[in-house]
Design a binder for this molecule. Structure first.
Ligand SMILES: NC(=O)c1ccc[n+]([C@@H]2O[C@H](COP(=O)([O-])OP(=O)(O)OC[C@H]3O[C@@H](n4cnc5c(N)ncnc54)[C@H](O)[C@@H]3O)[C@@H](O)[C@H]2O)c1
Length: 444
């Protein structure tokens, strides 16, 4: 089977490369000519671990074009992976998906055989079986469920581990127009997955709800752990890691995403609770939990900022380690490190910052005037107080000599508790989330 993938960004490029690496012939399309040129030159258009190696082994099975109708016409299944940015009400916009489906429809008019269309982009519940199905039928002059099948099948991935997450998923969620469509998609995944995932097939709206529910549940866990961390930081002897490890070993709770540290960021999590709340309100339902999760998340930057204000005893620059929203990515969207930098600069602090991958993206993302450092060690050496915002492993290995000061001990606020104990010989190590971490009194 030949596959087309519409949208070759952070999700679409790895998806296309995985299909090609597993023997499918893949035609990818993207609106951005630079992305098309990059794929055709055999270069990964996004920085994602493992992606370049997949492209290297794909041996010409992956090509790209900006002509979506032509790509669709020469393939049997089409994955749509274009952006669905949040609109002013917090709902995901279908505008770019509709544009992509229009082009897919044009391609379908050029062929007669059965075709499967899979929507991978995250959409609001009600979209696939409503407006999107209508557009596909109108644009293709076909009836969904007859000569064209439609599936909604979002990926559960994290940037930095997209390839691994796609190859070894735990859950395959398939919303299907009809059994033939679902069966075909399940068969494609069976050729691709190295794991034995749970497969859940259902109608469109349940799959759309399940996707957004997974993300809002996970973010609720993160905010819960952060709430615990805030409390632990104010009680002598309390340690959020000890508490979360204990409660996480209860299978009703589970330990994943239960680490009290900083808030969640990135292109997906922050907007999911907002979209979920918008959905609920639109239906006349309540979304208190989603709103509280969001409010607790916003509070996390205040919490770190207050800890800095309370701890800064020496005048001088604040060194921020970590600007990406998580390790192994250059993405700074809604990153806690960058939000903290912006807050500090706004409040008149001199800020030095370092991130192993995200210096360029951070510079692009904000006009805030901070000094970009070329290494973690230089950042620590030049700062009057250091705060670790992203748990990059290399931040645990900074030379101890960088922390020592001739006159006064340096304060290091470690939100992730990754800086090693020996630093305590030369600096004051403050683990956020451990008793008396020193945040000033403040409530959500
Ligand atoms: N990035 C994530 O972590 C993640 C995780 C889960 C779900 N998603 C969802 O996946 C979807 C895609 O996200 P992404 O992060 O890959 O976006 P992205 O912005 O990285 O990439 C999207 C690509 O689509 C291209 N594009 C836009 N319109 C097009 C069109 N009409 N035809 C062809 N190409 C077009 C853009 O040029 C871009 O290269 C979104 O709905 C997002 O919510 C993303």
């Amino acid at each position: 089977m030949d596959i087309s993938v519409i949208g070759l960004g952070k999700l679409g490029a790895p998806l296309a490369a995985i299909f090609a690496s597993k023997g499918f012939r893949v035609v990818g399309t993207d609106a951005d000519p630079a992305v098309v040129a990059s794929i055709n030159a055999g270069r990964s258009p996004v920085d994602e671990p493992g992606l370049q190696s997949l492209m290297d082994i794909s041996q010409g099975r992956l090509v790209a074009t900006n002509d979506t109708p032509a790509a669709v016409a020469q393939t049997e299944a089409t994955f749509i992976v274009v952006p669905t940015p949040s609109d002013s009400s917090g709902r995901f916009s279908n505008e770019q998906v509709i544009e992509a489906i229009e082009a897919v429809g044009q391609g379908l008019r050029r062929k007669n055989s059965y075709h499967l269309v899979i929507l991978t982009s995250t959409v609001m519940p009600g979209s696939t079986g409503g407006a999107l199905l209508e557009v596909l039928e109108r644009a293709s002059c076909r009836i969904v469920g007859q000569s064209v099948g439609l599936c909604y099948s979002p990926e559960f991935i994290a940037l930095g581990s997209v390839v691994r997450d796609m190859l070894r998923p735990e859950l395959l969620l398939i919303g299907e127009s009809d059994p033939r469509a679902g069966e075909l998609l399940q068969g494609i995944y069976a050729r691709v997955c190295d794991s034995q995932p749970v497969v859940r097939r259902m109608n469109f709206v349940n799959a759309e709800l399940a996707k957004i529910a997974v993300n809002t549940f996970v973010t609720t866990k993160i905010s819960y752990a952060n709430m615990l961390g805030d409390i632990c930081g104010r009680i002598e002897g309390a340690d959020v890691d000890v508490v979360t490890e204990a409660i996480g070993s209860d299978s009703r709770i589970g330990g994943k995403y239960l680490r009290g540290a900083v808030g969640y960021g990135g292109p997906c999590f922050p907007r999911d609770n907002v979209a979920f709340a918008a959905l609920a309100h639109g239906l006349g339902a309540r979304a208190d939990l989603a709103e509280a999760t969001d409010a607790i998340n916003h509070y996390q930057v205040d919490r770190v900022f207050d800890a800095i204000v309370a701890r800064q005893s020496v005048p001088g620059a604040i060194g921020v380690l970590g600007l990406s929203y998580k390790p192994d990515t250059a993405v700074v969207e809604e990153s806690q490190g960058l939000l903290l930098v912006q807050r500090l600069v706004r409040r008149g602090y001199d800020v030095l910052a370092y991130d192993p991958k995200a210096m360029a993206t951070a510079r692009q993302a904000t006009p805030a005037k901070f000094e970009a450092m070329t290494s973690a060690e230089k950042c620590v050496r030049a700062a009057a107080l250091v705060v670790i915002m992203t748990p990059w492993p290399e931040f645990a290995d900074i030379a101890i000599t960088a922390f020592s000061r001739p006159d006064k001990r340096l304060t290091v606020i470690d939100c992730w508790r990754i800086a090693t104990g020996p630093i305590e010989a030369v600096a004051d190590l403050v683990y956020l989330g451990r008793g008396a971490a020193g945040t000033t009194a403040r409530t959500v």
